[in-house]
Design a protein. Structure first.
Lengths: 116, 114
């Protein structure tokens, strides 16, 4: 079974600065997808960014980018020019491309605090 | 507007009672999911359904039951057999056909059992 580990329970960043959230995963598969979801205080889950394992190029969405290291099974999220609205719980998630059901396996989450 | 509705937002029950959490979507998605969220543990999959009248157990199905009689609806029943039912419950839906498709989440229901 696949597992996802987020080793940072909590992180802080100054407004306008850059922060990186870590995520590692364990799988024996070669074809899969990785996601970062954001859960603000409203608790509404929002997709931040996704990465296909077969793509070497790191995904980017505006101020959010990932560092995908397939051999190391690492998938970190970089937030540039942090804003107060970025304060939230961030979850890393794995999805197999082969298993039935397109299920997501989540890490335990990282709380991001943004200081003004 | 298309989306996922979960009701109610907060639910209180006495121990020993079954309770049903509602999840409705108007996104025309085939797949629907139920997750449980506890502090420090992320989201864990309870049940999922890829098509009407069919569903599968997730990682923590014991003490829960579901039905999928309509494409739009995927209610979750928390039975008295669930030992620690107090948690935040999230429903999600997705298009089927590719694992790259995003799962869309509802606003969640906070269940408290005393």
């Amino acid at each position: 079974a696949q597992t996802v580990t987020q080793s940072q329970p909590e992180m802080s960043v100054q407004e306008a600065e850059t922060v990186t959230l870590s995520c590692t995963y364990d799988t024996s598969e070669s074809d899969y997808y990785l996601f970062w979801y954001k859960q603000p205080p409203s608790r509404q889950m929002i997709l931040v960014i996704r990465q296909e394992a077969y793509k070497q190029q790191n995904a980017t969405e505006n101020r959010f980018s990932v560092n995908f290291q397939k051999a190391a099974k690492s998938f970190s999220l970089k937030i540039s020019d942090s804003q107060l609205g970025d304060a939230a719980m961030y979850f890393c998630a794995y999805r197999s491309a082969l298993e039935y059901g397109n299920k997501l396996v989540f890490g335990a989450g990282t709380i991001l605090r943004v200081k003004s | 507007d298309g989306g996922i509705t979960q009701s109610p937002k907060y639910l209180f029950r006495k121990e020993g009672q079954n309770v049903t959490l509602s999840c409705e979507q108007n996104l025309n998605h085939d797949a629907m999911y139920w997750y449980r969220q506890d502090p420090g543990q992320g989201l864990r999959l309870i049940y999922y359904s890829q098509i009407v009248n069919d569903f599968q157990k997730g990682d923590i199905a014991e003490g829960y039951s579901v039905s999928r009689e309509k494409k739009e609806s995927f209610p979750l029943t928390v039975t008295s057999a669930q030992k620690n039912p107090t948690a935040f419950y999230l429903c999600a839906s997705s298009i089927t056909g590719s694992p790259s498709y995003e799962q869309y989440f509802g606003p969640g229901t906070r269940l408290t059992v005393t």
